[in-house]
Design a protein around this ligand. Structure first.
Ligand SMILES: [Zn+2]
Length: 259
């Protein structure tokens, strides 16, 4: 086999990255989708990664936070992954059901919404901080709500949450509010239209709090009412994401139904 490292048209790149997915390719290789901190979401081939005692070890597992070296040929869509070094593994967190569902949603959503080869440090930090919080706390609801809300916000799809998008009236802390399909507007009770979904005062308050504070400043665990509010935020935000990507998220079907 020709040694591609000798090919002068291929430039070697190095970056921090998070592995989003990896698929079997041929007999021995893996096709890997990853989020490079420096270059955005991309796909590459890890040659020999499925062989026993591969140099890649477990670095290509979902959500692994790694340092990656890859060759890029400007005429090819796929890069060639030379080496990965583990910074932090999330393999253990996939062993617990609720955590594993949340982590699966993180990787599927990131893969679906992040544009090809467009670096976004905000999205990178959001994905990493959320995965670390799920792993550290073993609790999925609050981090997943935070991730879904901020993914919608960073995508530019979140309507203002403090006033009605139709009449402009301020939405009081305890008043009923409704979210339009696709998240284009939040409406007060008077401006509610057909097809809008109700958002409870608790969920609206939680969403506003999450927009104002970092995830690591929020409590690690919440009471039953807090979990209900978080699940409501998750459901609304994942609806907006599905509307934007024009398909259902397969990992979402594993979530416990909201009461
Ligand atoms: Zn209104």
């Amino acid at each position: 086999m020709k040694d591609r490292r000798a090919d002068k048209s291929m430039a070697l790149h190095e970056s921090e990255a998070i592995i989003l997915q990896s698929y079997s390719l041929g007999e021995a290789d893996r096709l890997v989708s990853f989020l490079s901190r420096a270059a955005g979401r991309m796909r590459g081939v890890a040659a020999g990664a499925r062989k026993p005692r591969s140099k890649f070890g477990s670095t290509l597992e979902r959500l692994s936070y790694v340092r990656i070296w890859y060759f890029e040929n400007p005429t090819r869509e796929l890069v060639r992954i030379r080496q990965c070094e583990m910074i932090e593994s999330f393999l253990g967190a996939f062993g617990e059901y609720a955590s594993s569902v949340a982590l699966s949603i993180l990787s599927e959503v990131s893969q679906a919404v992040l544009p090809d080869r467009e670096a976004s440090d905000a999205n990178f930090r959001l994905l990493l901080l959320t995965a670390q919080t799920v792993k550290r706390t073993g609790k999925a609801d609050l981090p997943l709500a935070y991730f879904a809300l901020w993914t919608v916000k960073l995508g530019g799809w979140l309507a203002p949450l403090d006033r009605c998008g139709f009449c402009g009236a301020a939405l009081a802390a305890n008043s009923a509010a409704y979210v339009a399909r696709g998240g284009s507007a939040v409406a007060c009770g008077k401006c509610r239209r057909g097809g809008m979904r109700a958002i409870s005062p608790a969920a609206l308050a939680l969403a506003r709090q999450m927009l104002a504070e970092r995830l690591d400043k929020l409590p690690d665990s919440v009471d039953a009412a807090g979990i209900r509010a978080a699940r409501e935020v998750i459901a609304i935000m994942l609806d907006i994401i599905e509307q934007q990507i024009d398909r259902k998220l397969t990992s979402r079907e594993l979530l416990e139904p909201t009461a």
